[in-house]
Ligand binder design. Structure first.
Ligand code: TNX
Length: 512
């Protein structure tokens, strides 16, 4: 019996000699409790088994000793989000420490289904598994191109299946504002219809956003909304020009706009190019903070998760003192809403940064330009760090030089191997396991328009990010090696296909 292909690699896996469990339509699905979350986990299991095997299991029943059965329970004694899975010829038992743990155990069970001439089977084994990091994120940029609710929910399905638990939505940028604000209706009336490449726009109503939050919640994911500033704010100027400083149009931005035929981001003109850093809010004007307080308060009320992201990246046209002033005000505004701020790493050395602010690092696996020093600033202020090393897990980097999808600024084409072979505790000196809140894989959407584009860029490299976020350290287990990963991911091809994931069949991966 070949090894089951599990991604992310579980913390402990012991294969038994015994006969496998045979999965067929006579298998009972047993729930030992109807506690919250168990019925959802059972529904997820039935859905996934039907997709993978075509077998439609009967609705779950209370335990009655009948075999063969799949049993779901909530009696695992382990940390948050952990689970235990035991399988033999008679039964498969998944026990969660909580509803999230049970959900993750179900994902593992489905990955473990293999097939041969005699049918569908699950190897006899025992797994004890728990996440390494508490925050395991993916990010979608819905600003450069708007992505509709169905597309976002499709990505939630995919990410939750890899045990991610946070969806960061980059809701605002120069090219568009994507969320309705009752306090500031002009934002979606004036600032939401543009995108990179003039592909049209869009925005989420409150109900749309609530639908995403609820869908994420059923998949044990929080939503982390981002309102970027003080730069990446040109779209705001279309609705509230009085809040925005004149754009800093560099020679480079001018050249680029000529090359790709985009209008310069001048007053009242939508920006549909891919330049960054030219826009800024008016940092010394109180009206700016009245606006931001309205927006953050409304967004906080819509968002059950504990975080609001305030951007802070690439403020190229903002001087250091003004930048500091903005970050100080915003990180405190977020604290006033009862949430914790997350901010890109540039803000780590700002004097006024609120205590406990979380920093998100987007430099390389080997830091350059003092980005490591900035990131250590968050820890000095009692905050922790989310790692998104761009040359490893920016999923919008090209996987193939000849594909129109993807960018190349983070050290060119990013192979799956480069996505995989990095260790979170080795990125920034002085930032260790305890200071790392987690790992997040962003997907910026300059070149992304559709769900198929997302799949092609994200899969399979998203699996490498999942493993960095969930599994023990690189090299700490026989499974935590590139050779093991390329075989395990390869084994997921049939499952991904059955779920409609249009992954890129990179030649580095050992597809089966
Ligand atoms: C950098 S890294 C950005 C985004 C771009 C992305 C493209 C960071 C925080 N900002 O504005 O969309 O590169 O890869």
């Amino acid at each position: 019996m070949s090894q089951p292909c599990l991604v992310p690699a579980p913390a402990r896996l012991t294969l038994d000699e015994g006969s496998p469990f045979l999965l067929a339509s006579d298998v009972a699905l047993v729930m030992t409790t109807d506690a919250a979350g168990v019925a959802d986990a059972a529904a997820e299991l039935r859905r996934l088994i039907a997709a993978r095997t075509g077998i439609h299991l009967a609705a779950p029943t209370p335990a009655n000793g009948q075999e063969p059965h799949l049993r779901l329970s909530l009696d695992h004694d382990g940390p948050a989000e952990s689970y235990r899975l035991r399988s033999d010829a008679g039964a498969v038992h998944v026990a969660g420490a909580d509803a999230a743990g049970l959900f993750y155990g179900v994902q593992t069970l489905v990955q473990a289904i293999t097939t041969d001439a005699s049918g569908w089977r699950i190897a006899a084994m025992e797994i004890e598994d728990a996440p390494r990091f508490a925050y395991r994120g993916v990010m979608l940029d819905v600003a450069r191109h708007f992505l509709d609710v169905a597309t976002v929910c499709g990505y939630i399905d995919r990410a939750a299946g890899l045990k991610f638990n946070a969806l960061h939505l980059h809701l605002t940028d120069d090219q568009g504002w994507r969320i309705q604000m009752h306090s500031r209706p002009r934002l979606t009336e004036k600032s939401a219809s543009s995108s990179v490449g003039a592909d049209g726009g869009g925005f989420y109503t409150h109900d749309d956003y609530r639908a995403i939050v609820a869908y994420a919640g059923r998949h044990h994911m929080i939503v982390v909304p981002e309102i970027d500033g003080p730069s990446h704010t040109h779209a705001i100027s279309l609705a509230y020009p009085e809040l925005c400083a004149p754009p800093v149009v560099s020679a480079q931005l001018r050249r680029q706009s000529e090359e790709d035929g985009n209008a310069l981001p001048l007053g009242g003109v939508a920006y549909e190019g891919i330049g960054v850093g030219f826009s800024s809010l008016r940092i010394r004007d109180e009206a700016t903070y009245t606006f931001l307080a309205d927006v953050l308060t409304e967004l906080a009320a819509l968002t059950p998760g504990p975080y609001l992201h305030i951007g802070g990246d690439e403020a190229l046209g903002t001087d250091a003192e003004d930048y500091d002033r903005y970050i100080a005000r915003l990180s405190r505004l977020v604290a006033e809403t009862g949430k914790t701020a997350i901010v890109w790493h540039e803000a780590g050395v700002c004097g006024g940064l609120a205590e406990g602010t979380i920093g998100q690092y987007w430099g390389f696996v080997s830091p350059t330009d003092g980005m490591d020093e900035k990131t250590r600033g968050f820890v000095r202020r009692g905050g922790r760090v989310i790692l998104s090393p761009a040359d490893a897990i920016y999923l919008d980097m090209k996987f193939d030089p000849d594909s129109p999808l993807g960018l190349t600024w983070a050290r060119g084409v990013t192979s799956a191997r480069r996505s995989y072979e990095w260790e979170p505790t080795a990125v920034i000196d002085g930032i260790d396991q305890a200071q790392i809140l987690g790992v997040e894989a962003p997907l910026w959407s300059e070149t992304v328009r559709t769900s198929a584009d997302i799949d092609a860029l994200a899969f399979p490299r998203i699996a490498a990010a999942a493993e960095a976020a969930w599994s023990p350290a690189l090299g700490a287990l026989p499974l935590r090696t590139w050779e093991s990963f390329r075989a395990r991911v390869g084994g997921l091809g049939p499952l991904w296909r059955s779920l409609g994931i249009r992954f890129t069949a990179l030649s580095e991966i050992d597809w089966t």
